[in-house]
Design a protein around this ligand. Structure first.
Ligand SMILES: Nc1nc2c(ncn2[C@@H]2O[C@H](COP(=O)(O)OP(=O)(O)OP(=O)(O)O)[C@@H](O)[C@H]2O)c(=O)[nH]1
Ligand SMILES: [Zn+2]
Length: 203
């Protein structure tokens, strides 16, 4: 049997977009293994030796609906503001809704969470692993831009490890801390205690 060809990304389209945070160059990448489009949202990216980068996974409920159950919307906004403040950097936006299980299954997981399961138990009850994401598309897009050294904006140790394994040097980790509320408290605590996310300053 033929082994699948290695993942490759290629730039499909690019345009400047004015946003409430400032102007960004929005670059859409396609790949040879999925229908998903990955988006690089950058500002003066080539100006820094080790640019400020957030690798962010899609969250319809948080980013579009303003759901209070997670920290995704705040984290995305914080990173876009920080990029403009620093004068350089990028968000790589991966279409990995619900840690890779998709929106339909994430809403099933939310129903289970409303009945008492935590974010990890709900995934397992639906027959999924804790986190199905991979960060190889992000690493390939950085390589496409000739970037091999970054400042990474995350609390997630898996993201650090994964990008390092793809040959990206992380010169610094900048935390991404949003506000705790009554709806996201348990979720954030579970990420901190069971997944080792560096969220201690919030509690
Ligand atoms: N399955 C599932 N996915 C969730 C839940 N809450 C949020 N998500 C998804 O979790 C992912 C969060 O992505 P990120 O914010 O990039 O990543 P993170 O792992 O929290 O790491 P950092 O924010 O970088 O510290 C998104 O894909 C969301 O859609 C949940 O309760 N269940
Ligand atoms: Zn979210």
């Amino acid at each position: 049997m033929q082994s699948p060809s290695p993942l490759e990304v290629s730039l499909f389209s690019e345009a400047l977009v004015p946003t409430v945070y400032g102007e960004f160059l929005v670059s859409v990448y396609k790949d040879n293994q999925s229908e998903d489009e990955t988006v690089l949202i950058s500002h003066n990216l080539s100006d820094a030796v080790a640019p400020f980068i957030r690798v962010h996974s899609e969250c319809f409920t948080g980013e579009v609906l303003g759901s209070l159950k997670c920290d995704c919307r705040d984290q995305l906004a914080l990173s876009l503001k920080e990029i403009q403040k620093r004068g350089s950097g990028a968000v790589i936006y991966l279409r990995q809704e619900g840690r890779g299980i998709g929106l339909g299954n994430k809403i099933k997981a939310y129903d289970l969470q409303n009945k008492g399961a935590d974010t990890i138990e709900a995934n397992h009850m639906l027959g999924f692993g804790t986190d199905l994401r991979t960060f190889d598309r992000a690493a390939l897009i950085l390589k496409d831009r000739s970037i091999d050294k970054i400042v990474l904006n995350t609390n997630n140790p898996e993201k650090l490890e994964s990008l390092k394994n793809f040959g990206i040097e992380i010169t610094e980790r900048v935390p991404s801390l949003s506000a705790v509320n009554e709806h996201n408290k348990d979720y954030l605590e579970t990420k901190m205690k069971l997944l080792g996310h560096h969220l201690d300053p919030l509690f």
